[in-house]
Design a protein around this ligand. Structure first.
Ligand code: EPZ
Length: 416
C-alpha cells in the first residue's frame, strides 16, 4: 500500500495552481449521456473517481476519449444498466447516473453505493424526487431499479439541500415533460456549473445557485463543450498549507467568490488574504489564532474543509470548537491527529481543539480523502517524520498533491 513520508515544513513563499473541480466534473460527466451527440469537457482533474466515472460511462456503451484534462464523451447507444457493485461502491458519485439514465433511457439499474467512512450517505431524497416525477422505483439485493414511461415535471421540496439530489433531479427534469420546480435546492457552485452545462446543451434551467430551481423539460439535448470551474476545496486546502506552516502562498486558478466562507475564516484566524483576478494570496506568517467553525451547506463553511481546518486549529493559539453538521461521522481524522500530539475532545457533532506548540511526527492512516489531506497538513507542522498510509483516499480528491507540495518546497515523498 503506497504511503507519503512527510517532513516538517519551513515557512514557504511560493505559488501553486489548482485544477478543475472534482465535484463539478463528476455530475457534468454523468450529464453528457443526456445528449444525442458528443460533448467535450475541459479542466477535468486527473483523479481516481473521475477514472471510475469514465469507466462506468464506457460500461454504459458510451465512447470516451481523454487527452490529459480534456474528456470527450459520446453516447449514441446506451446499455442503461449500471452494475458492478465494486465500481459503484468505490465512489458514491456513481449514483449521479440515475437521473440521466432515467431521463434518456426510461430505465436504470444502479447498485446502491452503500455507506462510506464519513456516513451512511442515503439516497432517499434522490429517489423521492424521481418518484414524484413518475419513476417506479424498486430496491432489492443492493440495487435500485427504476423505470418510467416518460418522466413528468413535478414540484419537489427537498427535506435537506442535498447537493447530489439537486443534481440528479435537475438532470432528470431536463428531458421530462413539463416543468419541475426544486425547492430547498442546494446552492453550491458545482450545482450552478452543472446547470450551465445542461443549458449549453440546449436545456432550460433557471434559478441554479438559489434555493428554487426551475427546469422546463426539452425534447432532446445536443452535445456541447464546457470548462469545469476550479476546485474550491483544493484551493482551500492549499490555503490551509499556508496557514499551518506560517507561509505566503499564491493560489492560482480560483473563483474568489466561491472561496468566501474559507477566506473569511482565514482572516479571522489572523492570515492576510489578497484576491486579484483568478488568484488568491494567503500570507500566514503571523501566528495563527483559534476560531470556531460550524459546517453548513454553501455559502456556509464547507464540510469538505472541516478536516483540514481541524489540523490548522491543532497548532493554533487558543482553543476552538468545530461543529460538523453535514455528515454524522466526519471526525475520523481526529484519533490520527491525536497520535501526533493534538489535544482534541469529541462530544457528538462537536470537537474541542486545544492548540499545542507543535505536533510530533508519527505513523498515521488516511480514512477518507479530506481526512487524509488533514494528516498531510498536520505532518507539515510536526517535528520529525510522518508516514501516512491509505493515500489512495487522498488521491481520489487531490491530483498531484505531492508534486504540488514539493513545488512549494515541502519535503514529501511517495513510497510504494
Ligand atoms: C457532495 O456529496 C460532495 N460530493 C461531497 O464531497 C460534499 O461533502 C457534499 O456534497 C456536501 O457538500 C460530490 O459532489 C461528488 P449531500 P453528496 O447529498 O451529494 C444527507 C468530498 O470530500 N442526504 O449534500 O453526497 C447526507 O447523508 C465529498 O469531495 C440524505 O439524507 O452530499 C448528508 O448528511 C465528500 N439523503 C447530507 O445530506 C439523500 O438522499 C449532505 O449530503 C442525500 C443526502
Amino acid at each position: 500500500m503506497s504511503k507519503f513520508v512527510v517532513e516538517k515544513a519551513r515557512a514557504m513563499d511560493g505559488s501553486v495552481t489548482v485544477g478543475g473541480s472534482k465535484n463539478a466534473a463528476l455530475p457534468i460527466l454523468a450529464a453528457t449521456i443526456l445528449a444525442d451527440s458528443s460533448s467535450t469537457i475541459n479542466d477535468v482533474p486527473d483523479l481516481a473517481d473521475i477514472g471510475s466515472m469514465l469507466e462506468l460511462l464506457r460500461c454504459l456503451g458510451a465512447t470516451v476519449s481523454k487527452d490529459k484534462n480534456s474528456v470527450t464523451v459520446s453516447c449514441k447507444k446506451l446499455l442503461c444498466d449500471v452494475t458492478s457493485y465494486e465500481l459503484v461502491s468505490s465512489f458514491r458519485a456513481s449514483f449521479l447516473l440515475m437521473g440521466p439514465l432515467l431521463a434518456k433511457c426510461k430505465k436504470a439499474k444502479i447498485s446502491l453505493p452503500g455507506g462510506c467512512p464519513i456516513g451512511a450517505r442515503p439516497v432517499d431524497l434522490h429517489l423521492k424526487g424521481l418518484a414524484y416525477m413518475g419513476a417506479k422505483i424498486n430496491q432489492g439485493h443492493g440495487y435500485v431499479e427504476a423505470k418510467c414511461k416518460k418522466l413528468t415535471g413535478a414540484d419537489i421540496y427537498l427535506d435537506f439541500p442535498s447537493v447530489g439530489a439537486t443534481e440528479n433531479l435537475m438532470m432528470a427534469a431536463s428531458l421530462a415533460d413539463g416543468q419541475t420546480v426544486i425547492e430547498n435546492a442546494a446552492v453550491e457552485p458545482e450545482v450552478v456549473d452543472l446547470a450551465n452545462f445542461i443549458n449549453s446543451m440546449g436545456g432550460n434551467i433557471s434559478g441554479a445557485g438559489t434555493d428554487t430551481i426551475k427546469v422546463t423539460g426539452v425534447e432532446s439535448l445536443k452535445g456541447s463543450s464546457h470548462t469545469v470551474i476550479p476546485d474550491r476545496i483544493e484551493a482551500g486546502t492549499f490555503a490551509a498549507v499556508a496557514a499551518i506552516t506560517g507561509s505566503r502562498i499564491q493560489i492560482n486558478n480560483v473563483v474568489t467568490e466561491h472561496l468566501k466562507p474559507i477566506t473569511a475564516k482565514l482572516k479571522e484566524i489572523g492570515a492576510d488574504v489578497k484576491e486579484s483576478g483568478g488568484s488568491l494570496t494567503v500570507d500566514a506568517r503571523a501566528k495563527i489564532k483559534a476560531a470556531n467553525i460550524k459546517t453548513l451547506p454553501y455559502p456556509g463553511f464547507p464540510t469538505d474543509m472541516q478536516a483540514p481546518y481541524t489540523a490548522i486549529m491543532s497548532v493554533a493559539e487558543g482553543t476552538s470548537i468545530i461543529v460538523e453538521t453535514i455528515f454524522e461521522n466526519r471526525f475520523l481524522h481526529v484519533p490520527e491527529l491525536m497520535r501526533m500530539g493534538a489535544k482534541i475532545k469529541i462530544d457528538g457533532r462537536a470537537a474541542v481543539v486545544e492548540g499545542v506548540k507543535s505536533l510530533t511526527g508519527a505513523k498515521v492512516r488516511a480514512t477518507d480523502l479530506r481526512a487524509g489531506a488533514a494528516l498531510v497538513l498536520a505532518a507539515l507542522a510536526a517535528d520529525g517524520e510522518t508516514e501516512i498510509s491509505g493515500i489512495e483516499h487522498i488521491e481520489r480528491g487531490y491530483s498531484e498533491f505531492d508534486t504540488k507540495l514539493q513545488s512549494l518546497g515541502v519535503n514529501i515523498e511517495r513510497m510504494e
